[in-house]
Design a protein around this ligand. Sequence first.
Ligand code: KIV
Ligand code: ZN
Length: 513
Amino acid sequence: MTDNIIIFDTTLRDGEQSPGCAMNLEEKLKMAVSLDELGVDVIEAGFPVASPGDFEAISEIAKNVKNATVCALARAIEADIESAGNAIKLAQNGRIHTFISTSPLHMKYKLQMSPDDVLDSITKSVVFARTFTDDVEWSAEDASRTEEDFLCRAVETAIKAGATTINIPDTVGYSVPEEYGAKIAMLFKNVPNIDKVIISTHCHNDLGLAVANSLAGIANGARQVECTINGIGERAGNAALEEIVMALRTRPDELPFNTNIDTTKITKTSRMLSTITGFNVQPNKAIVGANAFAHASGIHQDGVLKNVQTYEIMTPESIGLNDSKLVMAKHSGRHAFRKKLEELDFELDDDALQEVFARFKILADKKKEIFEEDLIALVEDEVIRENETIQFVSLQVRAGSTGPQTAEIVLNIEGKHHQIKVEGKGPVDAIFKAIREIYPHKDARLLLYQVNAVTGGTDAQAEVTVRLGENERTVIGQGADTDTLVASARAYVNALNKLIIKRDKLNPQRGDI
Ligand code: KIV
Ligand code: ZN
């Protein structure tokens, strides 16, 4: 048995389907490219039958991803499988992942099917999936609460029908590590054709055991792990990719397994996901939390200064967490600026470069030191603003302990300036109210307003995230500026623009919101 572990990333499917983590096509594509660069082996790109948008996103990912296998999810239903087959058609390597529940509870109440009907459906779905690709994964949904004999029969049936990977999900996060590991060992012992396939883990985190269960699965013969960046996913999430990978890397004595992950890209990928979804990880989150490498107590700091290994089991560099680099100064020229952006992997056309350079000069006047993070925030702010219908122009705010707090905002809508001054219950309330008055959107609700500092210091740029919800749709907007209130206005306007795009796609006749 090989000691290589296949990393199957489901950030864009199980992760994306959790509340508040929805991404649009460009965001999914950006994440997929980043996951490919991180070195994941399989990208589960979505559930194509769920909506035309999901189908389109998976097809685009299939076309653009260079190395990873691109996978689409399908229930044991012909229409689902056909849609998955079509969505991955243009992938260099495409996989269909089909699943059906096998636990008594799910079969009786959810599927209302007998065990024999489920076995029959497994054969039909896997055989049909094989007509689209040779790479077919089959999952026993709620496997951890499935009776052992029936799980063995279901797995054997899927392998006979042509599945090449068999996934054993702990769908409801109910297992404990010894039990989950024993289940994988039991399958190896009792399923006669099991040597023909890769066994995979898929653990949810309802009891905080997803990573521990996945590692127990590996120790007992699983050679694929399904996981997500930052552990996002249904309810309490899925097993966190970064935790599994770093556990394997840090403890080869106990866990002698390799992955193809370039761990130095973990921080970048984790931050990208947080920026896109507005879901920040908790500060004490393992590996990628803001405090994961911070030593606060005097005793620890003293120890680390004498020898870092006293309190550090991994280096920050190993996950790509380097000290903020001072990169640019007020007098840096356009040429050096362009070069720096190229180093940071940004390709901008001349107009965009001109815009970002002008904003960099304004920022350099306000902020003593410009770090890489500042440039990234500036460029990302510029890129998300391209082609916006509503553009932020300027803002004046009156804030403070004695009211009234007011906001006077100017927005440009399709070439025409609109200006308004309103009072609010605080400056942010006044800003958002002013935007609503200029561009009414009464059905949209503010679901999240979040401020982060891009770097340290009181002159740091603020990065604001706004989530707006309207009916079933949610959108995330972002804005960055040294003035938190300007960043807030930019973020709200960005979210509003995305809401308009979504509406127009759904109902192209409608002119306004
Ligand atoms: O948790 C689960 O069971 C799933 C399946 C679709 C694999 O996500
Ligand atoms: Zn799941």
